[in-house]
Design a protein around this ligand. Structure first.
Ligand code: THU
Length: 162
């Protein structure tokens, strides 16, 4: 007889940036501004991420594409590498993600891809702190996920190799 396990995920939805807690709104503004720095000549989908570190510093990153498409890297992993490269021992507390899509309006949140979710898990485990996600387009609804691990149930981690 099998045992069924069901995972439910919880996230908060706000109608727009004005409804957010002030710290989240500030980070989202920086992610929106960062979309201008993306290198996305192939998709024309410019993603900006802003990470808040435990020391109060905010760092930004953007997607970096390549003529060999699979070589491209998402904004979320760029900003995590920037943070870890500059401040290897400072936990990342929150990441805001926004995008500017040349081909359609940017009015709804996007959520991190699978590789980025796996990467977020690695940094959460490393820093022993949940990473909060603030997700939105250039306008409209905002989604807040308080613990990135909620997006990655039944995952592979260092523990899986013990
Ligand atoms: N992309 C990100 O940077 N973050 C996401 O959350 C979703 C997708 C990038 C990858 C690629 O450069 C472009 O957006 C289109 O997929």
């Amino acid at each position: 007889m099998e045992t069924k396990t069901r995972h439910t995920i919880e996230f908060d939805t706000y109608p727009d940036i004005a409804a957010l807690p002030a710290a989240d709104a500030a980070l989202l503004r920086q992610a929106r501004t960062a979309t201008r720095d993306a290198y996305a000549p192939y998709s024309r989908f410019r993603v900006g991420a802003a990470a808040l570190l435990e020391n109060g510093e905010v760092l930004t990153g953007t997607n970096q594409e390549n003529a060999s498409y699979p070589v491209g890297i998402c904004a979320e992993r760029t900003v995590l590498s920037v943070a870890s490269g500059l401040h290897p021992n400072v936990p990342v507390l929150a990441i805001a993600v926004s995008y500017d899509n040349e081909l359609a309006p940017s009015v709804a949140p996007i959520a991190p891809c699978g590789i980025c979710r796996q990467t977020l898990m690695e940094y959460q485990a490393r820093y022993q702190r949940p990473i909060r996600l603030i997700l939105a387009g250039l306008s409209g609804q905002v989604i807040v996920v308080t613990d990135s691990a909620d997006l990655m149930p039944l995952s592979f981690s260092a523990n899986s190799m013990k």
